[in-house]
Design a protein around this ligand. Sequence first.
Ligand code: TRP
Length: 501
Amino acid sequence: MAVTRSGSDEHWSGRAAFVLAAIGSAVGIGNLVRFPYQAGENGGGAFVIVYILAVFAIGLPVLMAELFIGRRGGGTPVAAIRRLAKAEGASTAWALMGWIGIFASFLIVTFYSVISGWLLYYAWSLLGDIAGNIAEMGLAGIAQPAFAGDSEDSITSRFPELLANPGRQVLFHGLFIGLATFIVSRGVKGGIEKAATWLMPVFFFLLVALSVTSLIIGDAASALDFLFRPKFDALASQFMNGEILVNAVGQAFFSLSLGSALMITYGIYLERDQNIPAAATTVASADTAVALISGLAIFPIVFAFNLEPAGGLGLIFGPLLLAFNQMPFGALFGLAFFIMAVFAALTSAISLFEVPAAWAKGDIDLDAATHARRRTIGSVIIGLLIFVIGVFHALSQVPDGGSLSTWQPFGQMPVLGNKTLLDAADALTGSIMLPLGGFLAAVFAGYAVSESSSREELGFKHEKSYRRWRFLIRYVCPFFVGLILVWGVIIAPLLAAANGN
Ligand code: TRP
């Protein structure tokens, strides 16, 4: 067999390190914001059930597939696929999937870093707020609400003011991506793994502390109702037009970091004695648990203060801040929340950054010293590129920011059109590139790779489990992921056009 047994000179130091890094990648802004919002929009508890099914029947098999492709191929995300395709007698054109992944990861991190910069700015502001209170009234200052004494208007205008301030956006985006560049340049063990093993435990601690506090002081009943009571009327109507399914599968992909060659890349660093199905199941379960728990941290507070569980990022940067302004210890609670969000975002951003960095590092024909040099230089160049493109994303959010805020890179096109640069990049990756990458990964693993190779590489304990994986990856995953693509790119725009918007 032509496939190398040791596909990289860098490896995770063990199972725990890998699992933490993969959870670090999966857990991010998608769990803290996108999941609760999607659940709310799609019939609450009903969506949660469909989502959990999507994670385990569609996301999990693809996660296992990406990890084994990376480990069996080795080298870089592109070289891994090409080498495995060659060994299996399949077309080396499959390597295109690696290129799509590198480009998608790069594009996502350019705007992910800008949004993370906003989170960092909020953490910084709350830190300043607490420091001010302590300077003024001693330790008792810790008990103050966030931005005590500020009017409701001045609280809710903080977000539009941030967007209107390009210098501030660029500064915090720059700090964030600078930190990510430093971590990635230090490599798998010394950088990515170290960051995950320090940041993720703090993240889990803050998440649990915040959700318990929130359930006690907030409106737990309304939050539980909002998140977990299946609203079957909503479910029925949305099921009919397929929307709930498309949203659930899309959210599962985004949340598990699939379709962007990221898990292929993390698989490259996985030692052969690690069991992929067991690790992948842990990652998928933890990611889902974090999504559910973060809903329990956010919504009790939102409902207790009669705020709108409004959509998307607006919730975190607006209503949530208003709640922190009305509760004792609000500044501290808010600071903990935004630190938690920054940590989650950082471990996700470095994983996205690692995909192009792994490519820059070069394939297995190079020696370790060359790899190290290319990683350092590559990280700096990629970091600079992310910074520069991110500046354009930031400027595209400035109201009246001149031509950049009105520029719609895809014009009036369906799906991608009528959007600022940042939102267009989000739609291009989320609605098209990630589902396409996931679809290709499923077909490659299920059809191009032979049954004996995937069975050996996955190492399921029972043949029955392997057969179930193979059925899901060959039939269920391509069908549903193909459905998202067809839905997102063809049907939804047609429906929108028919409805006259
Ligand atoms: N999963 C992360 C989140 O939930 C985001 C993310 C990181 C991601 N890497 C990715 C999404 C790769 C898609 C593809 O926020």
